[in-house]
Each structure stands twice: as structure tokens, then as C-alpha cells.
Design a protein around this ligand. Structure first.
Ligand code: MOS
Length: 746
């Protein structure tokens, strides 16, 4: 057994406790200031004019009617747009910027997708700007477009952001498959999903002068403030010190606010054009096109196994979409490399260019779709082998990550499956479909494994330790509603041995030390890693501050312990607040950082199991989820309440993916027809049954310095497969398309 990368730390104080999220009260009482709500003197409002065609060229834009409307300040077109530097988009491997698309707002004459921003109206009220936008006359030359992934031609997908080659063929998997005693070989189709954060995307931008130089202040609903600042700096030829980006609260993000979408750039351009603060709120309709979506996937999964249920060959291949001009890689086969033991493996990914906005991350990008196909195929294999699907998964547990040949940092999938099965009452599942009924409902049980990689992003923090016994964590991370400020305060309070109420975290502002993107389920481990490093330096800093006559001074520092916020040697003890007081210091700052580079010696992933009971009314074509249970192994849990909420949220989003969410394109027009909450269906309370969430206590100090693996995204993975597998168990009908809708039974 190898040593862990980090010395385990003991957390037995405020960390792990069920504590209410700090920003919760402000949010529900309306006191929270969201990005669109900052009061600004002289604020103007911008509304984009969006393309009504899905591909072609702008011949002429006539803005005279709009300009004549009282209250209209200016109409921006390609003719009068302020200058900026065109950066490559982040999907092309430009990691120094987070520009989502190189189709820049208002700058292009070519149209690549419906909803593209082709002009912008700036007015003294939102209503006037919106009215005037409808008066802008645009003459187009329309060209044929493609929005149907099934019709689009695929080309081989280049390597993914994680450096993963998409094409893999180990040991001639097709041959091993055809020689296998038992085979499953199927196609799975998942529709595209659109992000619908309750708080729409919004930006307020203000160009001013500070110290004789241009200064850009931006309120931006963003998951990546530090990277946004860096990106604005490159776009507008400013030094980072001339830019401040702020986001104190967010009403949902889930990946949709990870990159910089055209509206943010447009808001800055508008402010530059009129020399006033300008607010741009993307309307619900404009999100569809204005921001990215989860790509539809066409996947083939083939499994070959021996008669006694050992998997010999795994093949996972398929197509995802990207846009006509931008590159987005949805690595839906990534999970298949490390999930099960096998002899032979083949992975292949193709991309289809569609006339859409570029797809983007959406909660468990890659895994949400990839796990659906893989875990449905595993269930199909269990049916063919006539074995229990829980037992089949356990039987095919790999001894290590067979792709990278690295040991897992920790896994515990078997435990998650066993504990989940026990708590769910899995033994009551009927082996044969159509045996369990409840009135008009056929009832079935389904299971899936869940997984998501444990990632990390470079993060810096400053700990401000005060002589009044308080502590502050300063870090430009983001509060997405996940509880970042709450759990980090719990962590530091635990380390310092003080009540959690004495620790505050300041975040959401680029004037603070740079944090990473709040995405990839990586924030808790990354920020926590930096907090731990700073904390580890605290002993030395406090030792230096000891008064020259302190008895502790006479002891070599390595014999002095730092326990519960105090330097301790035998009977001598000095608490940090007393040391600071004696040294006449109000506070000291200690910096810490986290770099994910160390995470390369093990294969790091969160794991879990999903159990679902469904009822199917075949006459009405209804599928109802009756019970759900998730059992997760995600390392240290810093707050039982916020963690449970994260798992619940992921599982509920999984119900949406499985049964409701779907982008409906009119492929003739290349336009999305269900671009609002009335027609883009997401689960409401009535769709969601009682959900149980369990987790396994397994701090993982190979994965992160605080033992925490990600919890934000794993909750959605496996849900759709477990629901589909339960539908099969209920009815004997195998559904391989998401969302599963009544038409499957009619
Ligand atoms: Mo997540 S899809 O990385 O916000």
C-alpha cells in the first residue's frame, strides 16, 4: 500500500457538521445583491438584436427606426463597434482565456447560428432597449444550415482538455467482442439539454478612469472571476490591475457560467461605446443561443463477457456536437477507461459541426451522457447473463485504473453498491420483469454506478488571523449556492479550534487572491487545499511573533505543537489571539496555495451508486420515479447539509435528463422551438419523490490535501441509467433514448 500524498488531518470540530448555508438567508429574503442588481449612477441598459436565421450573411442593418425611439442612446452594429482584440476560444486550447466562442458579438457579418448577437441597442431603460431592438431592420442572405446531429457528418474528435486521446484500441476489442460467449451491442441516443439557471446570465460593465488610466469594473454572473479578469485584460489590452470583476451571489450556474459568453463581452463594448455603466441581462429566450448547451450524443456501447460474467471487451464510440466554427470536446468515453476490468478496450469519438452556439459543460459534462450508455449496457449484460446487476458490477471491479495503470486514490464502489442495496431494500426486486404491480402501475427497480473525476484547479488564499480571535479566508472563489463560504469557514474553524462563527470567508471579487473556476466539482478540495497550506505555515509565523521572554521561545520550534490555534509545549501554551495581542498586531496575513500538479500519482475519482424504483403506466405511457437512493464515496464531507443538498440537486437534475429535458430544434429553420420554461421541461416538486442520500466516510488524502473529492456533479451521473434500468425491470421494455417520454409506450 503506497503512502498517502498528504498527511491526514483530523477534523472533529465544526467540519462535517450540518450547518445552514450562510448566503441562504440573504438569498431568500431578497437581501442578496445579484450581478444585475448593483445600483449604479447613470446606468444604461443594453439589449442584443439576435439573428433570425441560422446560417448566412448580413446584407444590411438599418437602425434608424430604433434610433428614433425616445430614450435610445445608441445602436451598435459592426460599423461602429469599439475595438477589441480577437482571442482564440478556450476550446481551441487557449487556456489563458475563457472566451467561449470566437463568434464575437456584433462583430461578425457571417451568421453561424440562430440567436447570434448581430447588433445591440443601448437605452435609458430596459423596456426601451427591448422595444428598440425589435425595430432594428436586418436584411439577410440565408444559407442552408444543419442542427440535426443525426444528419451531420462526423469527423474524428481531437484530444480533450484533459489531454486525453479520444481514440483508443487496446488488444483488438472488436475481435475479442465477437469471440465472447455473451455479447451486448447497442446504440444509445441522448437529446441535447439547455442550461436554465434561475438567475439568467447578466453583466454590468463600467469603464472609468482611475489614477489616470482606464479602469474596468464588471459585475458578472460568473463561475470563473479570476480567469474572466485575465480574459478581459487580453480582449481590451489592459493590465489585470486595471480590471475588477465582482460576483457576490449566483442563482445557479452548473457550468453555464464557466466560460465567457458573448453578452459579457458585449456589455463591456457597450459601456466603452457610451462611456457610461451598461447593464445587459440575457432574457430567458436569449439564453438559448446566447449561451452553451449539453450536446446530444449518439453512442454505441458493446460489451463482451465470459459465461461466468467477466467482461472481456468494452467498446464505447460515438458522436457529439460542436458548432460550425468553435471546438468543444465532450469526453463521454472518459469514464469507460477506468470503470471496469476487461481485456480489450476500444474508444472512439467523433464530432459533428452544427449551426448552434458552441456546446459547453453542463453538470457532469461527459459523464452524465457517457455513464447513461455504459451503465445501461451493463444492465443489458446482466439480463443476458441472468445475474444480479449489483453483483455483476462488483465482479468486474478493476484492481487499479487499467488505462493509466495507476492505483485509485480510493474507490469504495463495492461498498457504495452494497450499502446502497441494503438501505434501498434491493432484495425485494423481482428478477423477471412485469411481476410487481401497484394498481395500474408496473413497478421496477434499477441500479447504476455513479462516478466523476476528482479534479483540482490552481488556487491562492490569504488567511487573515486577528488578535480578536477571528479569522478570515480571502479568496476570489465563487459562491454558486453550493456553500463555498460556509464549508471553508468550517474547515478553518476546525483547524484553528474555534467556533465556526468566528471565521468568515470573503470571495467573489478579483481584488482577492486568485481562485480557480468553480466547476468540475473541484472547489472544495482546491480552496481547502490552499487553506490547509496557509494554516500549516501559521505555526512558524506565530512562533516568530512570540515575545522574547516567552518560555516557548526557548523550545526548538519542531518540539512546539500547534493545536487548536495555540502553540503548545508541555504545560506552556499561547493562543494565537494572545500572541498577536502581545506583539501589538491587529492581524497577520498568511498566504497559501494549491496546485493540482501533485494529483498525478493516483487515479482520482468520486464513486457512488444510484438506486431507483419506478412505476410505469403503460396505457398512459407514464414513467414515475417512486423512490431514489444515492450512496456516495466522495472523501471528506465538510458540511452534511450542503453536501446532501448537492447530491439531491444532482439526482433531481438526473430525473430531468432522464424524463424531461430536451432541446427541440426545428431543423428546417435551425431554431430552438422550446426556448422558455413553459416548454423546456425541468422537474418540479411533483415529479420528485422522497430521496435518500447516504455517504461512506472515506477521507482521501491522495486526492486532495483535505481528503475531499468532488460532490457537485457525481449526483447526476447514473440517475438516467438507473431509471431506464428500472423501467426495464418493470416492463421488460429497454429504453435507449433520453429523455424517455410517453411515446415509447404508445
Ligand atoms: Mo460544472 S459543469 O464544471 O459547473
Amino acid at each position: 500500500m503506497k503512502d498517502t500524498v498528504y498527511e491526514p488531518i483530523k477534523l472533529d470540530g465544526p467540519a462535517g457538521k450540518s450547518i445552514t448555508r450562510r448566503s441562504g438567508r440573504e438569498k431568500v429574503t431578497g437581501k442578496a445583491t445579484f450581478s444585475a442588481e448593483w445600483p449604479m449612477d447613470g446606468l444604461l441598459y443594453a439589449t442584443p438584436v439576435v439573428s433570425q436565421i441560422s446560417r448566412g450573411r448580413i446584407i444590411r442593418i438599418d437602425s434608424s427606426l430604433a434610433e428614433a425611439l425616445p430614450g435610445v442612446y445608441k445602436v451598435l452594429t459592426p460599423e461602429n463597434l469599439p475595438s477589441f482584440t480577437r482571442l482564440p476560444a478556450s476550446g481551441e486550447g487557449n487556456f489563458s482565456s475563457i472566451v467561449a466562442s470566437k463568434v464575437y458579438p456584433v462583430a461578425e457579418r457571417d451568421i453561424y447560428y440562430a440567436g447570434q448577437y448581430i447588433a445591440a441597442v443601448i437605452a435609458d431603460s430596459f423596456e426601451t432597449a427591448r422595444d428598440a431592438a425589435l425595430l432594428v431592420q436586418v436584411e439577410y442572405e440565408s444559407m442552408p444550415s444543419e442542427t440535426n446531429i443525426r444528419r451531420a457528418e462526423g469527423s474524428e474528435q481531437p484530444g480533450s482538455v484533459s489531454g486525453a486521446p479520444p481514440t483508443v484500441d487496446e488488444q483488438n476489442a472488436e475481435q475479442v467482442l465477437s469471440a465472447a460467449a455473451v455479447q451486448v451491442d447497442q446504440e444509445y441516443f441522448t437529446e441535447g439539454n439547455y442550461h436554465n439557471p434561475l438567475e439568467p446570465h447578466a453583466t454590468i460593465a463600467h469603464w472609468t478612469i482611475k489614477g489616470g488610466k482606464p479602469y474596468l469594473l464588471v459585475y458578472d454572473s460568473s463561475q470563473s472571476l479570476a480567469l474572466a479578469r485575465q480574459t478581459y485584460a487580453q480582449l481590451f489590452n489592459l493590465d489585470a490591475s486595471q480590471i475588477r470583476v465582482v460576483c457576490q451571489y449566483m442563482g445557479g450556474a452548473f457550468g453555464s457560467k464557466g466560460l465567457m459568453w458573448p453578452h459579457s463581452i458585449l456589455a463591456v463594448l457597450c459601456s466603452k461605446a457610451v462611456n457610461r455603466p451598461v447593464k445587459l441581462v440575457v432574457s430567458r429566450n436569449q439564453l438559448y443561443g446566447g449561451t452553451g448547451y449539453r450536446t446530444p450524443l449518439i453512442q454505441r456501447v458493446a460489451l463482451g463477457a465470459s459465461q461466468d460474467g467477466l467482461i472481456e471487451a468494452i467498446i464505447h464510440a460515438g458522436s457529439a456536437s460542436t458548432s460550425e466554427v468553435d471546438q468543444y470536446t465532450e469526453s463521454f468515453t472518459l469514464v469507460t477507461r477506468m470503470m471496469y476490468q476487461r481485456k480489450a478496450l476500444k474508444l472512439e469519438q467523433f464530432q459533428c459541426r452544427l449551426n448552434t452556439q458552441v456546446p459547453t459543460f453542463m453538470r457532469a459534462p461527459a459523464e452524465a451522457g457517457g455513464v447513461f450508455a455504459l451503465e445501461t449496457a451493463i444492465d443489458e449484460l446482466a439480463v443476458k447473463l441472468e445475474v444480479d446487476p449489483v453483483a455483476l458490477r462488483i465482479k468486474n471491479e478493476p484492481v487499479k485504473d487499467l488505462f493509466s495503470s495507476k492505483p485509485f486514490s480510493s474507490r469504495h464502489l463495492t461498498t457504495a453498491l452494497q450499502e446502497g442495496a441494503k438501505a434501498f431494500g434491493w432484495h425485494r426486486r423481482r428478477k423477471t420483469p412485469r411481476e410487481l404491480r401497484d394498481g395500474s402501475w408496473l413497478v421496477g427497480f434499477g441500479v447504476s454506478a455513479a462516478t466523476y473525476p476528482s479534479l483540482g484547479f490552481p488556487t491562492q488564499v490569504t488567511l487573515r488571523i486577528g488578535s480578536d480571535g477571528t479569522a478570515k479566508i480571502l479568496c476570489c472563489s465563487q459562491e454558486m449556492g453550493t456553500g463555498t463560504a460556509t464549508v471553508q469557514a468550517q474547515l478553518l474553524a476546525d483547524l484553528l479550534g474555534i467556533p465556526q462563527g468566528r471565521v468568515q470567508m470573503k470571495l467573489g471579487d478579483t481584488d482577492l487572491p486568485a481562485g480557480g473556476i468553480s466547476g468540475g466539482s473541484a472547489t472544495t478540495g482546491s480552496v481547502g487545499g490552499a487553506v490547509r497550506q496557509a494554516y500549516d505555515k501559521l505555526k512558524e509565523r506565530l512562533f516568530e511573533l512570540l515575545a522574547s521572554d516567552s518560555k516557548l521561545r526557548k523550545v526548538p520550534i519542531d518540539q512546539v505543537q500547534f493545536i487548536d490555534g495555540a502553540l503548545v509545549y508541555k504545560n506552556e501554551m499561547a493562543r494565537f489571539e494572545d500572541i498577536l495581542m502581545d506583539a501589538n498586531r491587529d492581524f497577520i496575513d498568511v498566504d497559501g496555495s494549491f496546485s493540482p500538479s501533485f494529483q498525478t500519482s493516483t487515479s482520482n475519482h468520486s464513486f457512488g451508486s444510484q438506486f431507483v424504483e419506478v412505476g410505469v403506466d403503460e396505457d398512459l405511457g407514464l414513467i414515475r420515479v417512486r423512490r431514489m437512493l444515492g450512496c456516495f464515496a466522495c472523501g471528506t464531507i465538510l458540511n452534511a447539509r450542503t453536501a446532501r443538498s448537492q447530491f439531491l440537486g444532482g439526482m433531481i437534475m438526473g430525473v430531468g435528463q432522464a424524463l424531461q429535458e430536451s432541446i427541440r430544434w426545428d431543423h428546417r429553420l435551425g431554431r430552438i422551438t422550446n426556448d422558455d420554461f413553459a416548454e423546456y421541461h425541468v422537474p418540479v416538486n411533483a415529479d420528485i419523490p422522497e430521496i435518500d442520500v447516504l455517504w461512506i466516510d472515506n477521507p482521501d488524502f491522495n486526492a486532495t490535501p483535505i481528503g475531499a473529492k468532488g460532490i457537485g456533479e457525481i449526483g447526476i451521473t447514473g440517475v438516467a441509467a438507473a431509471i431506464g434500468n428500472a423501467v426495464y425491470n418493470a416492463t421488460g421494455k429497454r429504453l435507449r433514448t433520453l429523455p424517455m417520454t410517453p411515446k415509447e409506450f404508445l
